[in-house]
Each structure stands twice: as C-alpha cells, then as structure tokens.
Write a protein that binds this ligand. Structure first.
Ligand SMILES: [Zn+2]
Length: 94
C-alpha cells in the first residue's frame, strides 16, 4: 500500500466569480501559502480516498507545488488520474 505523503497540486483562484473552472469545483486552501485553490470533483475523490485510507495528502497551489518538487525530489506528486484527464478534456472542449 502507498503510504507516502502525496501532493495534490491545484490551480490558484484568481477570482472565484469569474475564473473558468471545472463544474463542481470547490475552493480549498494551499497548505503552504494559504492561497485559495480550485479542487475539481476528481481531486475531491482523491482526497476522499486518501481520507478513507487514513493516508496523508498535501494540497498545494501550483507555485508551491513546483517549489516543493525542486526542494524534495522524493516527494510524490500525484499523477493525473483518468477522471482528471476526462474532466479537463470535457472542460476545454466547450
Ligand atoms: Zn501555495
């Protein structure tokens, strides 16, 4: 079983009212800089799954995610899931 702390990188909220966002997205907070970030339904599923299995998950904005990657090569950044890829494809097709 995967017990490594996992990092979920989310896009920053620029303007909650006008940002183009995937339907069903919620706002979370970057655990480093406390900036608001968007979390799409597929990301919410990842969070729920980690929570159910009592595994760590770090939510970061893109700049903090990139910084974390360069600081700590061992940190696992979550690969895009099939659900996330589908969401993005559907979102950008519009
Ligand atoms: Zn951040």
């Amino acid at each position: 079983m995967d017990t490594e702390p996992l990092t979920l990188v989310c896009a920053e909220v620029i303007d909650a009212n006008t940002d183009e966002q995937i339907e069903g997205s919620i706002i979370l907070i970057c655990e480093r800089c406390e900036r608001d970030v968007w979390c799409a339904p597929s990301g919410q599923d990842v969070i729920a799954e980690r929570y159910r299995n009592r595994l760590e998950l770090l939510v970061l904005c893109v700049p903090c995610g990139l910084a974390a990657m360069t600081e700590d090569d061992d940190r696992q950044i979550l690969d895009i899931t099939e659900a996330q890829a589908r969401e993005l494809r559907e979102h950008y097709r519009r």
